[in-house]
Design a protein around this ligand. Sequence first.
Ligand code: MN
Ligand code: FE
Length: 339
Amino acid sequence: MENKALINTSGIINNTKTDPNKILPMRYMWARQHYISGVANNWTPEEVSMQKDVEQWKEPKFLTDDERRMIYWNLGFFATAESLTANNLVLAVYRHVTNPECRQFLLRQAYEEAVHTDTFIYCCDTLGLDPEYIYNMYLTIPSINDKDRFVISLTESIFDPNFEVKDLVTLRKFVHDLIGYYVIMEGIFFYAGFAMMLALKRQNKMVGIGEQFEYIMRDESIHLAFGCDLINQIKAENPALWTQEFQDELVDLIKKAVALESRYALDACPRGLLGISTQQFVNYVEYVADRRLQRIDLPKVYNKENPFPWMSQSTDLSKEKNFFESRVTEYRTGGSLEW
Ligand code: MN
Ligand code: FE
C-alpha cells in the first residue's frame, strides 16, 4: 500500500511542473558547482607524455611480472568500465533527472567519460597493447567480470524503455541504479586500481599512465560527489523512500561490492606490490567504502584507518601544489590561454 505512494513530481527528478529547457534561475547550486569543478579539471590524455612509459614497458626487466599483471588488470577493468558508466548515464539516468542544472552536469560527465575512454585507446596505441586482449578482459577475467555483472544486475530494470519512476517501488529501483554506478562503480570499484597505479607512479614507474589515472580519479571524485548529492536530494524530497529496510539493503549491497573489490585486488596483485601488501589495498577499499556510506547517511561498517594518506592528496582538488608528488593538482586549459 505504502509502496504505491507517488513520488514528488515538483523536485529534482521527473518534474512535471518546470520547463527542462529553462536553466535559470537555478535551484540546485551544488549541481552547478560540480559542473564548474569539472571544467576547472579539463584535460585530454594526449597532453600527457608516454615517452618514458614506452621505454619502461619495452625494457624486459624494468617492470616485474607482477607489476605488468597489475597494469594489465587495471587497463582491462577500466577500459570497459568507463563505457558502461557512460552508457548508463545517457541511456538510463538522463531520462529521469529532469532538472536542467543536473542535466548540464550529466552532459559534462558524459564528455569526461568519453575522455576516459580515449585515455585507454591512447595507452593501447602508445604501448602497443593487443586491444582484443584488453577489451575482452571484462569477459575473460572472472574478478573483473563479477564486478561488471554486479553493477549491471543492479540496473537492469531501468534500461527497459517502458520503465518509469512513479512510485516508491520504481524510485527504489532508480536509486539502486545511482548507487550501482555512482557509489559502487565510480566510488568503490575504481579505487583499488587507482591506489595500485598511483603507488607505481610514486616509484617513478609508468608515470604517464599514473598521471592519467590521477586526472581520471579527480574527475571521478566529482562524479561521485554529484551522485551522492543527487541521492541525498532525492531522499530529502521523498522521505518515505528511506526506510530502515531499504537502508539495510543498500548497506548489504555495498558490503558485497567491497568483497568483490577485495577479490579483484587480490587477483590483480596476488603477492602485493612495491612493499604494499594486498591486505593494505583491501583495507583501503574498506576505508573508502565507509566514506561512501557516510556520504549518503548510512552507518560505517569497517572502521579502517586510511593506509594510504598520500591518495587523498591526489584526489584533493585544492589549488595547493605538491611539488614532490606530481604536477597535477590543478589544471586549466583553453580558457586560460593568453592571446
Ligand atoms: Mn570515468
Ligand atoms: Fe565517472
